[in-house]
Design a binder for this molecule. Structure first.
Ligand SMILES: Cc1ncc(COP(=O)(O)O)c(C=O)c1O
Length: 395
């Protein structure tokens, strides 16, 4: 994080990160079951498992990750290398590095279909790397040469299930499966891709532990990802790894007790019900709104719960997108370049504001778009959720 001119660190805008504290009551209820005690002399070495490709992965965490995927059935772990990272954000960078070294003639384009998770372009371009650069919307990408496509499924921000869209054969794909867990979507098959990223932030809600993991098919790619993490942080906190292993163990034990008296310990059941209640309240709150409504997702059979489950995205940015699409036809002349992606929504609002000022005699729809967008979405939605008893934001 940079410094301001007077030397003070800028405070972070909490709205720019979804903070997944919604599951905290569940973990509080688990009490001592999740307790991890670490003595002063414990975990002091850099090394964890020197024989493993990812030499800083604690074997307990590796085992817990494999068990969790087996219990949930959301990803194949057989014949996969696990690389642990400081959040999946670091693993995303590690994967970019691994897929673009040794460097070719120019930076490789990194693309994702819009609307995409807003951090992707920031992370890709922040160091102005000679290895890769942000290439924008995968749907309109038509350059020759190598590229990397990031497929986020279910997608942040709109909750859709995604597949790769670029047709050319010279690309690599990174699957960001942060939300492919039963509380957000039906688990319809075990994901089986070359590079899959997961994170505790969305799976268990422990964003503060900063633990993510990659399931990687190719040993050389796993080695290079490990090399990136070695260079940038010489491994990943062992304290966090142990805590995560414990949390995952408690989740798996709870899931395997489903149907018994310990059903209240089924984390995914709890989290799904919570998400469901929130969506229900949001639906009720928006029932009579003329300018806001919610996407309808079809139900799918979940292999984990055995039930027909509706998709319950962890983000509410879908509302942004709805407004965006509704007002799209109205702003053509002003924000042509910014059209098509919800990622440009903030810029669009500014364009709308300018357009509204110029078109004062007919302000109603433009004004409505601007006010609804800026006031409800950017500032008061969180407060609104709290006032309706929905707690802090889901994510
Ligand atoms: C799609 C997606 N991927 C990755 C992340 C970041 O995960 P982590 O906290 O593990 O860095 C987020 C966080 O919001 C996300 O929405």
């Amino acid at each position: 994080m940079g410094c301001t001119a007077n030397g003070a660190a800028p405070s972070v805008d909490k709205r720019s990160f979804g903070d997944p504290t919604a599951f905290e009551p569940f973990w509080r209820k688990m009490g001592d079951k999740c307790k991890v005690v670490i003595d002063g002399g414990d975990l002091m070495s850099y090394f964890s498992d020197v024989g493993n490709v990812c030499w800083f992965l604690e074997p307990e965490l590796g085992d817990a990750i494999r068990r969790l995927h087996r219990v949930v059935g959301n990803a194949v772990t057989e014949d996969r290398h696990i690389v642990v990272g400081t959040g999946s954000t670091q693993l995303f960078q590690a994967a970019l590095y691994a897929l673009t070294t040794p460097a070719g003639v120019g930076p490789v384009s990194v693309v994702s279909s819009a609307p995409y998770y807003s951090s992707y372009p920031e992370v890709v371009d922040c160091l102005r790397s000679g290895l890769y650069k942000w290439g924008g919307d995968a749907c309109t990408f038509d350059k020759d040469g190598p590229f990397i496509e990031v497929v986020n499924s279910p997608n942040n921000p709109d909750g859709t299930l995604r597949e790769s869209v670029v047709k050319s054969g010279r690309g690599n794909i990174i699957y960001d499966l942060a939300y492919y867990w039963p509380q957000y979507t039906a688990i319809t098959s075990a994901a089986d891709h070359d590079i899959m990223l997961f994170t505790c932030s969305k799976c268990t809600g422990h964003a503060g532990s900063r633990i993510g993991w990659a399931l990687v098919k190719d040993k050389e790619i796993a080695k290079k990802m490990t090399q990136y993490i070695t260079i940038t942080s010489i491994g990943v906190s062992k304290e966090s790894q142990f805590r995560t292993a414990k949390i995952m163990e408690v989740i798996c034990d709870g899931c395997q007790n489903v149907g018994s008296s310990a059903e209240s310990e089924n984390f995914f059941g709890y989290a799904r019900e919570l998400m469901s209640k929130r969506w229900q309240k949001l639906r009720e709150a928006l029932e009579h709104s003329e300018c806001l409504s919610l996407f309808k997702y079809q139900q799918e059979r979940c292999l984990f719960t055995g039930e027909l489950n509706e998709r319950l995205p962890g983000r509410y940015k879908y509302i942004y997108i709805y407004i965006y699409y509704i007002y799209h036809p109205l702003r053509g002349w002003r924000a042509k370049k910014a059209s098509r992606t919800a990622n440009n929504f903030y810029e669009d609002l500014i364009s709308l504001e300018e357009a509204g000022r110029l078109l004062e005699p007919i302000p109603s729809l433009l004004g409505l778009a601007y006010c609804a967008g800026k006031r409800i979405l950017m500032e008061s939605l969180n407060d609104y959720w709290r006032s309706k008893g929905l707690g802090t934001e889901i994510n």
